[in-house]
Design a protein around this ligand. Structure first.
Ligand code: ZN
Length: 331
């Protein structure tokens, strides 16, 4: 393992000679005296071009995308890169520490507090630093998410191609080759929403989770990001074409009762469709084995974006599946 070169600021790393440098951007100092920093790998390419931010870990319980970002670094030698890349494997160190979606210090969800504030809570400070001191030079942002626990996901959220920012973002989504594209404006406080409002092209791949097999979805997720980088001219080559469906209505199927969740449709169907009414899974009483609820596909053709693919304890309201309906199709 080689010791990585370092730079003091993102600007200094971008101004330097072609190369890969690590930058630790300070956010604040915690009660324990430990500094809270955002660690970024800056790949400065050999020729001018786009500045692309690849961010993972807004939710620290989604660890497969951190592995994905780290796995991309050896695939992006500076000599092959046009423009620059800013790669953040774990944007929210505090939630990685606790394995939680929200920061336990202030109970805030980082991906709901953008643009953040210097005078806010620790999560709001983190959002502000990420946007203003790390990602501000970017014209393209790829915001990676996945799932914790027993869930696996494969789809990509993109703005609609209704204005220039939306068209650039949607073109990236198409280039990715991800099988299911979800057209959405996002929610207030999301990085996707805030960055999009600033004119950055932005997509939000949801790829990974504890899917079966040695590598889970890692090769597919790598391929989707490399396809997007090829379409931008950041790396050489053309994106590999793939069949895609665009969904514009999504149903989040949650547990109507607590108990033992038994999947019928599992990880192997994520990214594909099932017929309306098909049984996806059941919830049983852990004491009697009695079936308490059946979970069924809601749309005539239901595209499976996320599945809880393993036997799991579920609380009422816990997510089980996300399914989409293709644009223009009847309910
Ligand atoms: Zn997330």
């Amino acid at each position: 393992m080689t010791v990585a070169e370092r730079a003091d600021t993102i600007a200094a790393a971008l101004d330097g000679e072609p190369g890969c440098r690590i930058v630790e951007t300070p956010v604040t100092v915690l009660a324990s005296g430990q500094p809270l920093v955002i660690t970024t790998h800056v790949v400065r390419g050999a020729r001018p071009g786009h500045t692309v931010g690849i961010v993972s870990g807004l939710h620290g319980d989604e660890i497969s995308t951190a592995e994905l970002v780290l796995s991309l670094l050896p695939l992006l030698p500076p000599a092959d890169v046009t423009g620059s890349l800013l790669l953040v494997p774990m944007a929210s160190p505090l939630t990685f520490e606790t394995g939680t979606r929200s920061t336990t210090l202030d109970m805030a969800n980082l991906n709901r507090v953008f643009p953040g504030a210097t005078s806010g809570t620790v999560t709001e400070m983190l959002a502000h630093t990420l946007l203003e001191d790390v990602l501000a030079p970017c014209d393209v942002i790829i915001d990676l998410h996945s799932e914790p626990d027993s869930m696996g996901i494969r789809c990509l959220y993109t703005p609609a191609p209704t204005d220039e920012q939306g068209r650039q973002s949607f073109a990236l989504a198409q280039a990715s080759g991800c099988p299911i594209l979800y057209v959405t404006n996002g929610l207030s406080g999301m990085l996707m929403t805030e960055a999009g409002g600033r004119g950055m092209a932005v997509v939000m791949p949801e790829t990974g989770g504890p899917l079966p097999g040695k590598d889970g979805l890692l090769p597919e997720a790598q391929g989707e990001i490399l396809n997007m980088l090829r379409s931008l001219g950041t790396i050489p080559g053309d994106p590999e074409p793939a069949h895609q469906v665009v969904v514009d209505a999504v149903s989040h199927l949650r547990a109507p009762a607590g108990g033992l969740f038994r999947p019928v449709v599992g990880f192997d169907v994520v990214g594909r469709s099932v017929a309306g009414g098909e049984l996806l899974g059941t919830i049983a009483s852990v004491f009697s084995g009695e079936t308490l609820a059946e979970i069924r596909a809601p749309f005539a053709e239901s595209w499976l974006m996320m599945a809880r693919g393993r036997l799991a304890r579920v609380h009422p309201g816990d997510p089980l599946y996300i399914v989409g309906r293709e644009q223009g199709r009847p309910a």
